[in-house]
Design a protein around this ligand. Structure first.
Ligand code: AQP
Length: 333
């Protein structure tokens, strides 16, 4: 069955292995099915929900586009664009924010995590971020949205917003209710320094993540320094309870090798972490080094990247302008 795929990545720098294994790897598999129509968005409007340096943001937008391409997304067959170039995203976000309920947004755990203790000082954009995300998806009648596990709650909210809009304006099935595509396994990659914390771009420690621009030496060094526990590798999955770092590293290995966790456990059971880490570094270098080299190569050609984004925006705008026009008509504008 043909799927209409939409997903986005924030251009906030330090794109990492979690973004790759949780989302981008899945994007590449979906685009390989010729029946699918894929739209991959550099969500720059989302990025400014926290303070950004304008110059860095510009570079990060290009770097995110370069990462898509370097990871295997073909810009000729799929739409790659940045959100701020298509004004319908902002317009739809406002209209949908008038449909969304404060109670729904108050339940979003990501806002609580990102705003931290001082919620009063967080931007309004950070709070209403999931409504903009709903607008992104609903403008394109996306049927499926590939995301990491951390975005599950936002996807559920998007479904609620679509249904409420359709009810409020007596337009059954006008906004398509999308299905999340979250990998069953390894959909949340954890920090290399703390197996209970998500691997994240904003972690102040660079040693907590493998960046997609890391060199071979950096990857090897980060895996060498990754936190482990004193026991040898387990014999079965049950032994991973209360061993989050072992579970995360075995998960990363399994995801990269397209193996089940049990298969990886069988391969390394009883061995020391030092032995396992050598194998893990090897598969990581094999996968990430070519992506890293390609990103750097693409970043030398800003004109090429800007053209991809501009052409992608023009194509996205054709869908989005039509949909926002219909939304406005329903609302009574
Ligand atoms: N650790 C992760 N494991 C699996 N998937 C992840 N994703 C992010 N981190 C992990 C998925 O990557 C896609 C793009 O994410 P994003 O850049 O739009 O935003 P994010 O989830 O806020 O990413 P970070 O790294 O956690 O950024 P900061 O540090 O700024 O908060 C999404 O599909 C996401 O699920």
């Amino acid at each position: 069955m043909s799927k209409k795929i939409f997903s986005g990545v924030q251009p906030t720098g330090n794109l990492h292995l979690g973004n790759y294994l949780g989302a981008i790897k899945n994007f590449v598999e979906l685009q390989n099915d010729k029946a699918n129509h894929c739209i991959f968005c550099v969500v720059d409007l989302h990025a400014i929900t926290v303070k950004q340096d304008p110059k860095e943001l510009k570079n990060n937008i290009r770097e995110t586009a370069a990462t898509f391409i370097a990871s295997g997304i073909n810009p000729d067959n799929n739409i790659i664009f940045n959100q701020s170039m298509v004004s319908a995203h902002s317009e739809a976000a406002w209209i949908l924010s008038c449909v969304s309920r404060i109670g729904w947004l108050n339940r979003m755990t990501q806002f609580k995590e990102k705003a931290g203790k001082d919620k009063e000082k967080a931007s309004i954009g950070l709070y209403s971020y999931p409504v903009l995300m709903a607008a992104d998806i609903l403008l394109y009648d996306a049927t499926h949205v590939p995301v990491g596990d951390d975005q599950k709650q936002h996807l559920e909210l998007c479904r609620d917003i679509a249904q409420k809009f359709n009810n409020d304006f007596n337009a059954p099935e006008f906004l398509k209710v999308p299905e999340p595509l979250i990998q069953k396994q390894f959909s949340r990659i954890m920090s290399l320094k703390d197996g209970l914390k998500k691997m994240s771009k904003s972690d102040p420690s660079d040693l907590s993540r493998i960046n997609l621009t890391d060199s071979k030496d950096e990857i090897v060094n980060k895996i060498k320094k990754a936190k482990t526990d004193p026991l040898p590798l387990p014999n079965n999955i049950d032994e991973l309870v209360e061993r989050p770092e072992a579970e995360n590293l075995l998960g990363i290995y399994s995801s990269l090798k397209n193996k089940s966790l049990q298969n990886s456990i069988d391969e390394f059971s009883g061995k020391n972490f030092s032995e396992f880490k050598i194998e893990l570094s090897d598969v990581l270098v094999e996968k990430i080094e070519p992506i890293s080299k390609k990103i750097k190569e693409l970043l030398n050609d800003e004109k090429y990247l800007d053209t991809i984004l501009l052409e992608g925006s023009k194509k996205a705008d054709i869908f989005a302008s039509k949909k926002i026009k219909e939304i406005k008509e329903l609302v009574g504008f």
